[in-house]
Design a protein around this ligand. Structure first.
Ligand SMILES: CC(C)(COP(=O)(O)OP(=O)(O)OC[C@H]1O[C@@H](n2cnc3c(N)ncnc32)[C@H](O)[C@@H]1O)[C@@H](O)C(=O)NCCC(=O)NCCS
Ligand SMILES: Nc1ncnc2c1ncn2[C@@H]1O[C@H](COP(=O)(O)OP(=O)(O)OP(=O)(O)O)[C@@H](O)[C@H]1O
Length: 219
């Protein structure tokens, strides 16, 4: 008699319940990464396209492509990409941006899909997609269709610009310059299922996220 009478060798193992997937929309420096961590909670997983893109940039094959296309000035003293120098080029020249995206986006797509599959296999209950181009490139990456909830973070333009200046050392106006390469914020807001107000301090942002999780029975 086996110890566990229900576990016979040929019995099918129950597949874990698929994770609930959040997609986070909002302007640059609106607090998407911050809110993503709050939405995921201690047991959930945040998948960041920016982090995956930064890792892809350091791949030796991509480094070589960058050097060949843009010259040594886009590499730092350590031979790795200087993201500030690259940003100066690609956010004022759509052709350069498109070439960079053609190298980086396939790697980011593969990384995020692999991580999502792994999370599902491991039984992770909640996944948050912190993917800035979630709507823009939906046809290519297919991630939008996997979202159960789309949330828009509402943060005043002036606050976003000021935070990017202080925390990232960006020039004033850089947020708007980069955002010109993205879908208008009004359209992102309209695509969302709900809006999280980030017009106050971090404490009220945290409370607003908690209130939405409660409303969704996910606290
Ligand atoms: C140009 C790069 C080197 C600048 O790096 P930097 O550290 O200054 O910025 P970071 O990567 O953190 O991006 C900050 C924000 O800029 C915006 N942004 C970045 N790339 C793009 C893009 N191709 N199109 C529109 N917006 C973009 C996003 O909102 C992003 O959250 C980097 O953004 C990059 O490699 N971009 C191309 C890959 C890409 O499209 N990444 C976006 C997610 S896949
Ligand atoms: N309500 C707030 N008060 C003060 N600082 C905030 C608030 N919300 C977010 N921040 C800060 O603003 C900065 C930008 O936030 P975050 O990095 O989460 O934005 P993001 O939308 O993910 O940016 P990106 O578009 O570049 O990916 C961070 O330093 C974050 O801690």
């Amino acid at each position: 008699m086996p110890d566990d009478a229900t576990a016979s060798p040929g019995s099918p193992t129950k597949a874990p319940r698929p994770p609930i997937v959040f997609g986070v929309l909002g302007g640059i420096a609106s607090g998407k990464s911050h809110v993503s961590r709050l939405l995921a909670g201690p047991d959930g997983l945040v998948l960041s396209a920016d982090a995956a893109a930064h890792e892809a940039l350091r791949d030796p094959e991509i480094v070589e492509k960058l050097r060949a296309e843009f010259g040594d000035e886009v590499l730092g003293p350590d031979g790795m990409p200087d993201r500030e120098a690259l940003a100066r080029i690609v956010f004022q020249d759509p052709g350069s941006r498109k070439r960079l995206e053609e190298w980086i986006h396939p790697v980011v797509r593969a990384t995020l899909h692999a991580a999502l599959e792994n999370a599902a296999t491991q039984g992770v209950s909640r996944v948050v997609l912190d993917v800035p181009l979630l709507l823009e490139n939906a046809a290519e990456h297919g991630l939008l269709a996997l979202c159960d909830h789309l949330v828009f973070i509402d943060t005043p333009d002036a606050d976003r610009d000021a935070r990017a200046v202080v925390t990232r050392g960006w020039a004033p106006g850089e947020v708007a310059r980069r955002e010109a390469a993205q879908m208008p914020l009004g359209e992102k807001r309209q695509a969302a299922d709900f809006v999280i107000d980030n017009r106050g301090d971090v404490e009220s942002l945290t409370q607003n996220v908690r209130a939405e999780l409660l409303r969704l029975n996910l606290s």
